[in-house]
Ligand binder design. Structure first.
Ligand code: 9MR
Length: 441
């Protein structure tokens, strides 16, 4: 018992060192992350020291905003693009993020192997002269080299990004892509997944896109048809990423959260994961406020926590000091959870509160003994709030075995309960007894 206490004390000290960042409140198997910007790789002093401190404190999954894209990795034209060598790939930023995530015990997401947009400038001209077989050969070599280099270090990859047409007819882009020589864009996409799987069989492979989050966009039905087809053909796909670049107060609200939940369920039925991969909630003019935005961010945390096939919620950056939004949407900004000076915004607090609340234990049906148990944010113990003084709480596991008795409960209890369902026998000072179910999540 003494030894066990020692272990708990040690775990507590380590937890405190993590300074109660967002990720410290997550149940196991769930991840909250951010994209790291270009300065992280080539000009950290422009970000300032707070940038890295916040990344380590709050997030347990990272993705590079640009550094893993073909436009960065093959920015320089290789001597022979149809005979690619590992040394043709500029992997310095990739390796930097691999080593950062490994030394800080952070999960790494790769974005992306194939994207019609922003290819290396030489590729569009070059690929227009290739045969279809040469296009396939180049793509296979690129994915094989990069996925192989990152094998076991990148937990999940966006294999193909934004391949579906905005106007949905036909479903897949072709003429506006560097891979237009593929007579069947679908066969080309399938192949990309096969190449990635062969190079790193343990990585989760994703299709990632925007405007697929709700059924009000025609793109969603195209996506479901495309993905169902891939599943039916046995293509090694593990999930779909919903980018979720939304305008606060405009493309938000209960209907959106419900819709996001529904598409996650539909993909779950196909046996797939569905993650939020690029969330930001831009504020444009007076359409919203940072208070409204806070509530919206909270809903996305709840989606992460309640959807079993959603394991990650990634933000497209975390600080308004560095975001693609103002440069892309004129008059819009403030899309993220820290302000320009790295001060947490209401959105940050709301996310944290949603995560803390998810750790709470609820006592149900407590009529004569109205009692609520909630987590003490600084210790992780459970606190009891009751209308009557409680004499004793006995805790039973689901097998009915009494595993703990706490007497004269005035302060915290329950720090050593693992996740699960328990039965409490609560006795107050007047001898009233109640049996209540509690769930530690
Ligand atoms: O935020 C990224 C921006 O810095 C880049 O200039 C741009 C082109 O590479 O890509 C932006 O990220 C996009 C992401 O890769 C895919 N979904 C949309 C994102 C915002 O445009």
């Amino acid at each position: 018992m003494k030894k066990l206490f020692g272990v708990f004390a040690l775990v507590s000290i380590i937890s405190l060192a993590k300074a109660q960042g967002l990720q410290s409140f997550l149940p196991s198997g769930k991840y909250i992350g951010t994209a790291v910007n270009d300065n992280f790789f080539n000009n950290p002093s422009a970000n300032g020291a707070d940038y890295e401190t916040i990344v380590k404190k709050d997030f347990n999954v990272l993705v590079a905003e640009n550094a893993f894209k073909m436009g960065s990795i093959l920015a320089n034209k290789p001597a022979d693009p149809l005979n690619l060598k590992l040394s043709d790939l500029n992997l310095s930023y990739v390796d930097k993020l691999i080593s950062f995530t490994q030394s800080n015990n952070i999960r790494l997401r790769g974005h992306n192997f194939v994207w019609y947009a922003f290819p290396p400038s030489w590729l569009t001209t070059e690929a227009a002269n290739w045969s279809e077989a040469q296009l396939y050969s180049f793509t296979k070599q690129y994915i094989t080299l990069l996925a192989g280099h990152c094998k076991g270090k990148v937990a999940e990859w966006d294999v193909v990004n934004e391949a579906i047409n905005d106007n949905s007819t036909p479903a897949l882009r072709s003429a506006d892509t560097w891979y237009a020589k593929a007579t069947s864009p679908q066969a080309f996409i399938d192949s990309c997944f096969y190449y990635a799987h062969a190079a790193d069989p343990s990585a989760d492979l994703f299709y990632n896109d925007y405007s697929i989050e709700t059924s009000y966009s025609n793109k969603q039905s195209s996506m479901l048809t495309v993905i169902q087809g891939m599943v039916d053909r046995g293509v090694p796909i593990n999930g779909v990423g919903l980018q979720c670049h939304f305008e606060s107060g405009v493309n938000t609200g209960d209907w959106v959260y419900t819709e996001v939940g529904k598409v996650m369920d539909k993909l779950g039925v196909m046996g797939l994961k569905c993650n939020v991969t690029e969330l930001d909630l831009r504020i444009c003019g007076s359409a919203s406020s940072i208070t409204e935005q806070a509530d919206e961010y909270k809903h996305f945390v709840n989606i992460l926590l309640t959807k079993s096939n959603c394991n990650s919620l990634l933000l497209w950056g975390f600080t308004d000091k560095s975001s693609w939004i103002p440069g892309f949407f004129s008059g819009c900004g403030e899309a993220l959870i820290y302000d320009n000076n790295y001060q947490p915004k209401p959105a940050y607090t709301a996310m944290k509160e949603a995560l803390q609340a998810s750790n709470s234990v609820k006592i149900t049906n407590a009529n004569s003994i109205a009692a609520v148990v909630y987590p003490n944010p600084s210790t992780g113990n459970f606190m009891l709030s009751s209308s009557a003084d409680i004499l004793k709480i006995s805790v039973f596991n689901v097998q009915g075995k009494e595993i703990s008795v706490v007497e004269n409960v005035k302060e915290g209890f329950g720090e050593n309960f693992s996740q699960g369902i328990y039965l409490l026998k609560i006795v107050d000072v007047y001898g009233n007894e109640r049996y209540e179910k509690i769930e530690k999540r």
